[in-house]
Design a protein around this ligand. Structure first.
Ligand code: SF4
Length: 487
C-alpha cells in the first residue's frame, strides 16, 4: 500500500502551532506521513486564524490556489480547521465549495472521523462538506457524542506523540482552553469557547511525556494563562502552584508561559518566577493601549496606571525580567491624544519587544456591534509606524546594553544564513561540510534571538554565549565553551 502524505499549513498563534502538531500526530497514527509539498499531498489541511481580516483574506486566497491543485488531482482531500472554520464555516462553504471538511478548534479530536466520513461520502458518490464545530449541530453524530466533546478534546492533548519519532526541543503545552474575558475587539471567546482549565495531573503527565520526547524547554499556553484555576480534591489549584508542579518534572531545563492577562496577574506568580530556577524571567503581558479611554472601550479590565504598577512590582520581585507586549493601534474612536498615551506607556515600560497590530473589526464581536471602525486606514498605518519606530529604538538600546556580557542560550540549530549557505553548496554539487565557523541560533531566557559561532555539538543543549554585536532583532556573539576541533 502506498504511503499517504499530509501537508499542514498553520497560520496564527502558538495555540494553532500546538493544534497542528496534535492533528498531525493523529494523522500519523492513521498512517499518514508529513510532506512539505501540497501539490502532491493526499490530504491538505489549513489551520486558520480569525483574529484579523487580513488573516482570513489570506485563507481564501490560499483556498483559491488549492482549488486549482484539486481540479488537477480531485482525489486530494482538503480540510480547513481552526478559528476560521468555526467562525466563518458558512462563508467557506459558500466561497470554497471544494473544501471537504471543516473542523473548529474545540472539535479537533474528531478529525480522523471526519476523514472517514469524507471517504465514505465519496465512495457513495455524495459530494458534501463534513463539519465538526462546537456551535454547530448540523452534522449528525451518534447520541451522546456531542456532550463528550470536551472530554474527548482533552484526550487529543494527552495522546500526543512525536510524528516520525522526531523530538521537540521546545514544546508547547496547553493548560487551558478558550477565554471568558470578551474584550470588545476579540473573536477568540466565539471561536475557542469559554475558559476551561485542564486538570493539573494531565498537564504534569504531558510535561513528562514531552521531556521523554526530547523537550528541554516547555511553554505553557493559555489565552489568559495566569487565570488558570482547577478545583482538585475540594481546593483550587492556581497558576503559581501549577508552575511549581510542572517545574518539578525532571529533565525540564526551561519553563515559560504565555499569554498573561494583566487584570488577573497575582504576585504569587511573580514569587514563583523568582524562586523556581527553571522558570524563565520572561513575561508576555499585552497592554493593548496606554489610554484608559481606549482600554474601557476595549473592555479590558484594568487601567494604564494599574498596568504600570503591576510592571513595577514584577520588576522589583523578578530580577532581570524581560517584558514583551501587544498593542492595537487605531481602535474605534482612538484620538491623537489617546495614541500619544500609548507611546508614553511604551516609553515608560521599555519592553524588550512588541507585537503591534492595526485594529481590524471582527464580525460578531461587541466592537463590531456597538463601536464604529472609524479611524482611517492611513491614520492606523501612521500610528503603527510610530509605535514600530519607538519600539525599534528601545529594542536596539536593550540589545546594545548586552554587548560584552554573557547569556545562557538554548541552541536550536543552524542559523538561516548557515542553512542557506549549505543549500547553495548542495546546488553547486559540492560536498556539504559544516565548518566550525558555521553560525548557530538559539534563544536566551528572556527570549532574545542569538546568532553565534559555535560547534555543532552544542545544538539541542544550553550553552553560554558572549555577546559581541547587536541589532534591534538579534544578538550576535560567540560560544564561550571551547570549539571542538574537526578531524
Ligand atoms: S483576553 Fe481578551 S484579547 Fe485575550 S483572548 Fe480573551 S477576549 Fe481575546
Amino acid at each position: 500500500m502506498t504511503e499517504k502524505r499530509v501537508y499542514i499549513e498553520t497560520m496564527g498563534c502558538q495555540m494553532n502551532v500546538l493544534d497542528s502538531g496534535l492533528v498531525l500526530g493523529q494523522l500519523c497514527a492513521l498512517g499518514y506521513r508529513p510532506t512539505d509539498d501540497y501539490r502532491t499531498a493526499d490530504l491538505v489541511v489549513l489551520n486558520t486564524c480569525s483574529v484579523r481580516q487580513h488573516a482570513e483574506d489570506k485563507v481564501y486566497s490560499r483556498l483559491g490556489e488549492l482549488g486549482q491543485v484539486k481540479r488537477q488531482r480531485p482525489s486530494m482531500i482538503l480540510g480547513v480547521i481552526g478559528c476560521m472554520a468555526e467562525r466563518d464555516h458558512a462563508g467557506i462553504r459558500e466561497r470554497a465549495r471544494h473544501v471537504d471538511f471543516l473542523c473548529g478548534p474545540g472539535s479537533l479530536n474528531e478529525v480522523p472521523e471526519l476523514l472517514e466520513e469524507v471517504v465514505e461520502a465519496r465512495d457513495q458518490g455524495r459530494r458534501e462538506v463534513i463539519v465538526a464545530l462546537e456551535h454547530d449541530h448540523s452534522r449528525r453524530l451518534p447520541a451522546g457524542r456531542r456532550t463528550l466533546a470536551h472530554d474527548s478534546i482533552e484526550e487529543l492533548d494527552l495522546s500526543r506523540f512525536p510524528p516520525d519519532g522526531g523530538s521537540a526541543l521546545q514544546s508547547y503545552l496547553r493548560v487551558q482552553r478558550g477565554c471568558d474575558k470578551f474584550c470588545s475587539f476579540c473573536v477568540v471567546p466565539f471561536t475557542r469557547g469559554p475558559e476551561r482549565s485542564r486538570p493539573p495531573g494531565h498537564i504534569v503527565e504531558e510535561a513528562r511525556r514531552l521531556v521523554g520526547m526530547g523537550a528541554k524547554e516547555i511553554t505553557l499556553l493559555g489565552q489568559t494563562v495566569n487565570s488558570y484555576s482547577y478545583e482538585e480534591h475540594g481546593r483550587q489549584v492556581a497558576f503559581a502552584e501549577l508552575l511549581q508542579r510542572v517545574h518539578e518534572v525532571p529533565g525540564i531545563e526551561r519553563l515559560r508561559f504565555v499569554t498573561s492577562y494583566p487584570g488577573d496577574f497575582t504576585d504569587d506568580i511573580l514569587y514563583a518566577m523568582r524562586d523556581l530556577p527553571r522558570v524563565c524571567e520572561y513575561l508576555h503581558l499585552p497592554a493593548q493601549s496606554g489610554s484608559n479611554g481606549v482600554l474601557q472601550r476595549m473592555k479590558r479590565q484594568y487601567t494604564a496606571e494599574g498596568y504600570v504598577e503591576l510592571i513595577e512590582r514584577a520588576r522589583s520581585i523578578v530580577p532581570r525580567l524581560a517584558l514583551a507586549g501587544d498593542f492595537i493601534v487605531g481602535f474605534s474612536g482612538e484620538t491623537d491624544e489617546e495614541h500619544a498615551e500609548t507611546l508614553a506607556l511604551i516609553e515608560k515600560i521599555r519592553y524588550k519587544g512588541l507585537f503591534i497590530f492595526k485594529y481590524s473589526e471582527r464580525p460578531g464581536t461587541v466592537a463590531e456591534r456597538r463601536l464604529p471602525d472609524n479611524v482611517p486606514e492611513e491614520v492606523k498605518q501612521r500610528r503603527h509606524g510610530d509605535v514600530t519606530r519607538l519600539q525599534h529604538a528601545i529594542s536596539l538600546a536593550h540589545h546594545r546594553a548586552m554587548i560584552g556580557g554573557e547569556v545562557e542560550v538554548l541552541v536550536e540549530g543552524y542559523s538561516k544564513a548557515a542553512i542557506k549557505a549549505q543549500q547553495a553548496e548542495q546546488c553547486r554539487g559540492e560536498e556539504v561540510s559544516w565548518r566550525r565557523s558555521d553560525q548557530l541560533v538559539g534563544r536566551t531566557r528572556g527570549d532574545d534571538i542569538v546568532v553565534f559561532a559555535g560547534d555543532a555539538s552544542l545544538i539541542g543543549g544550553l550553552t553560554t554565549v558572549r555577546i559581541t554585536a547587536a541589532t534591534a532583532l538579534t544578538l550576535h556573539g560567540e560560544a564561550v565553551v571551547p570549539i571542538v576541533p574537526q578531524s
